[in-house]
Design a protein around this ligand. Sequence first.
Ligand SMILES: Nc1ncnc2c1ncn2[C@@H]1O[C@H](COP(=O)(O)OP(=O)(O)OP(=O)(O)O)[C@@H](O)[C@H]1O
Ligand SMILES: O=P(O)(O)OC[C@H]1O[C@H](OP(=O)(O)OP(=O)(O)O)[C@H](O)[C@@H]1O
Ligand SMILES: O=C(O)c1cccnc1
Length: 485
Amino acid sequence: MQTTGLALHTDKYQINMLYAHWMNGSHLRKAVFEAYFRKLPFGNGYAVFAGLERIVNYLVNLRFTEEDLAYLAKQEENYKPEFLEMLRDFRFGGTLLSMKEGALVFPNEPLIRVEGTIMEAQLIETALLNFMNFQTLIATKASRIKQVAPDDILLEFGTRRAQEADAAIWGARAAYIAGFDATSNMLAGEYFGIPTKGTHAHSWVQGFESEEEAFELYAKALPDQVTLLVDTYDTLKSGVPNAIKTAKWLASQGKRMSSIRLDSGDLAYLSIQARKMLDDAGLSYVKIVASNDLDENTIFNLKAQGARIDIWGIGTQLITAADQPALGGVYKLVERQKGDTMVPTIKISANPEKISTPGKKEVYRLLSRSDKKALGDYITYPSETIPEERNNKLRLKHPLNSTLQKTVKNFEVMRMLEPIFEHGQLVYELPSLDQVRDYHKQQLSLFWPEYLRKLNPEIYRISLSEEVWNQRQSMIEAYLEQHDE
Ligand SMILES: Nc1ncnc2c1ncn2[C@@H]1O[C@H](COP(=O)(O)OP(=O)(O)OP(=O)(O)O)[C@@H](O)[C@H]1O
Ligand SMILES: O=P(O)(O)OC[C@H]1O[C@H](OP(=O)(O)OP(=O)(O)O)[C@H](O)[C@@H]1O
Ligand SMILES: O=C(O)c1cccnc1
């Protein structure tokens, strides 16, 4: 897993813009960018924010190596040597605020805010989105799977199908944040302390004269962790009976076999039959693991069919987010320096959903004082104050449609954007992975189940303060007036 030497993990257009700013003398002007996404993945009602640890590692180590500079010197753009000299001393000196990993997050709210020179804020766009988009996507997919099997054990098995090594490792971590229990990836276990689990493959069984012999040898070698894959030949006629023999032998040695694994066929039918066979043999403690292209929909269906599966091994569909393989997070300039002051900027688009919201912003989660449940997220300018007294009241405005309004009363506020870097100094202590998991659980507990269900969830409201809404509207109108023929 690469943590250094990532300065060129960026799009060429960023370097070209930095160069043009440098030529123009504007590279040290201040700028504020915000990262957000516009649409939730998988038709889910929320996303699970992840990627911050990777972003922090990247920013702490961000510098151009001699090899990077030599490579830049060879580009057809003919960057001047003085520019490359300036890059040699480059460090991230900006201020960054972010949602915490494990937070439930929603469309069109800032997830990360970066304030710094144009140079530093622009350079990092590509890597920051790369990390945030992938990890948030996988954490969200994992959270959907967790929603359908909240009390079962979930194992992440995706490495062989992941889009290369980093995706496997950070994907395993993202899945763990959202409630998976273990990963098969040993490197992810070593780096992050994620519990690791492993059974065996068909090749173990194929490698011996008989299935019975293979099971016996495996149990002898690893008597404390025996899970036998029972579908190499015939699950019910040979796999399960042979596993029962092995389990009984283990019991005679004072050991308990952990589980059997089903990896093909009708998993509902086979698990029900296998459960019965194990119970009849007095092996009710032996659990059933299932794998084979599973996702939240197959698991939900299998449960509806009464499948007796205790542990789910989930690979391809999770690690590649197969039903939606990208999260469309974007990074937009919201303020720029003009003379001695910062002014808001807007991006206009014919598509109203793509018009950005100007000015640097805060995100507050409003929680009902009576039941502590989330009422909506509220986006303000940092200078605004929110009424915090008892019986307080606030008018919420839909970001795109001013006629959609709602009044909320008697709420508490949770400030969502956490300071991570201040003028280049890391001011945030990265939590342990288990703290991130706990935070995610707390976040889930703030939401009514209507927002969390996997099919057609209730839409959670994100609202702009009156001030933000008016600023956005006046900039759109100013633009339209200017361009009115
Ligand atoms: N009872 C069931 N209801 C719904 N889906 C199921 C059920 N049992 C298995 N599945 C799913 O159906 C798909 C079956 O895939 P496929 O036909 O490729 O598997 P197979 O033929 O059983 O095994 P193999 O992987 O060896 O080809 C898998 O995604 C599996 O998880
Ligand atoms: O199905 P996934 O969710 O990706 O889970 C991981 C899969 O990887 C292994 O087999 P592999 O796919 O390598 O071979 P197989 O299809 O022949 O079982 C394992 O037996 C699972 O089926
Ligand atoms: O341990 C397992 O059973 C396993 C691990 C990765 C992929 N498939 C299965």
